[in-house]
Design a protein around this ligand. Structure first.
Ligand SMILES: C[S@@+](CC[C@H](N)C(=O)[O-])C[C@H]1O[C@@H](n2cnc3c(N)ncnc32)[C@H](O)[C@@H]1O
Length: 231
């Protein structure tokens, strides 16, 4: 393993705003972190989770933009999380944290209604049929999110993948969920339909988003609220 990577992993262990629970705890279905996030942040401000945050550009950027909210980036890759976590440390950002775990086990770490909103930023589209249940908008994930996102909490999906966007819209239709906003070209003519507040944070670009924009790929954005499961 590269020397830098080892140093970064060692640093992750000492950052107070990075949590790296063991896989055994993740699989248990509950952990001491459940219900603890507001006391960690020292306030009762709403919590936004970014799932598959990579280097954390969104989590960090939103934290800088909205001091009256808290942000947690979740990813399994420590080397990526380190980038965002280092910025949080260096810039003394006190409303952003990172959780290193598999998203499949995310409800072990959050209590009922503890989370106000979710961002899915450039999630892997999982193109093969046999990988369908790994798509982060698969019904099984929506049910996982219902365990900790407050009823009516917003779910935001930004993706370069028209395939994943269309799949997500199909799932929403099956679940009887009507999306509040759908665009297949966020920065095209739909941009002007956004409110000023939406434009403020939607203009933040993640690492993958910038890569796709640089090669002319259109960005899909879908916003919806989680209702009760139909079962
Ligand atoms: C395509 S990258 C996008 C990263 C970032 N959101 C961006 O836009 O730059 C997808 C990220 O999701 C993470 N990821 C994929 N599946 C995951 C899972 N099951 N649990 C945790 N992280 C996952 C990967 O490690 C990767 O960092």
């Amino acid at each position: 393993m590269a020397k830098n990577k080892l140093a970064h992993f060692a640093e992750l262990k000492v950052f107070k705003h990075v949590f790296e629970p063991s896989i055994n705890i993740a699989k248990e279905g509950s952990s001491p972190l459940q219900g603890s996030w507001h006391s960690f942040f020292g306030n009762k401000n709403p919590i936004t989770l970014e799932l598959g945050c990579g280097k954390g550009e969104y989590t960090v950027g939103m934290g800088q933009m909205y001091s009256n909210r808290n942000f947690i980036g979740v990813d399994i890759k420590g080397a990526r999380i380190w980038r965002g976590a280092k910025t949080v440390e260096e810039e003394g950002i006190n409303n952003a944290a990172f959780l290193r775990t598999r998203i499949e086990f995310i409800s072990s770490f959050f209590g009922n209604d503890e989370v106000d909103e979710l961002w899915l930023t450039f999630s892997d589209p999982q193109l093969k049929d046999k990988r369908e249940k790994h798509r982060l908008s698969h019904p099984r994930f929506l049910d996982i999110y219902r365990n900790f996102v407050r009823p009516g909490g917003w779910i935001h999906m930004k993706t370069d993948s028209r395939f994943l966007a269309d799949y997500t819209l199909e799932v929403l239709e099956e679940e009887g969920i009507v999306a509040d906003l759908i665009t297949h070209d966020l920065y095209g003519e739909d941009w002007d339909k956004l409110s000023d507040d939406d434009k403020k944070h939607m203009g933040l670009k993640t690492f993958y988003e910038q890569k796709f924009l640089d090669i002319g790929v259109h960005i899909n954005y879908i916003r919806f609220q989680l209702y009760e499961s139909k079962q």
